[in-house]
Design a protein around this ligand. Structure first.
Ligand code: ATP
Length: 152
């Protein structure tokens, strides 16, 4: 099987990743969680990759601190990455997850990207039977909210 499902604490994955990325890129990444640990049954490496893509984008497209939230609900776990950066125009949101798609403003930035990150993120969400929502306003910032089934 392509998926390697184990039970793990998703808050420690978020904390470790936030610390490494925060140090590497000299950025404040704040982690918020209602509970100390949040157990999930999923592919740990793929969830790590998913979070890396979202936090990396938040770093690239903003300058302020970044907030990562973990919310444990009855049957789902919510992972939210919020930045206060350039945002995504409403008309572009439907295309963000397409392969090689890049919003115009981003294309003009010196620090490039391939436009593949979010298409990979979407694939990881889909194989976990999760869902994703985007809240963004041009110039104000972006929240990418992932919902994953807990499968307990
Ligand atoms: P890479 O593949 O290296 O991540 P990328 O960032 O261009 O490159 P995606 O991660 O797929 O590619 O994102 C697609 C596009 O969506 C980006 O080019 C950018 O225009 C927009 N985008 C993604 N995340 C954000 C964000 N947090 N704030 C503003 N725009 C974003």
């Amino acid at each position: 099987n392509w998926l390697d499902i184990t039970r793990f604490d998703v808050t420690s994955v978020v904390r470790e990743l936030s610390e490494v990325l925060g140090k590497t890129f000299q950025r404040e990444i704040r982690v918020h969680s209602d509970t100390q640990t949040v157990s999930i049954k999923a592919d740990k490496e793929k969830i790590r990759q998913l979070l890396l893509i979202l936090i990396d984008n938040a770093i690239k497209y903003s300058k302020e601190p970044i907030d990562v939230r973990i919310r444990q609900q009855k049957n789902v776990i919510k992972l939210e990455v919020t930045d206060y950066g350039i945002g995504v125009p409403e008309s572009e949101i439907p295309y963000m997850f397409e392969r090689f798609y890049r919003v115009d403003e981003a294309r003009h930035r010196s620090t490039g990207g391939s436009g593949l990150g979010l298409s990979i993120a979407k694939k990881i969400i889909d194989i976990h039977e999760g869902s994703v929502e985007v809240y963004s306003k041009s110039g104000n910032g972006t929240t990418i909210s992932i919902q994953l089934p807990r499968k307990h």
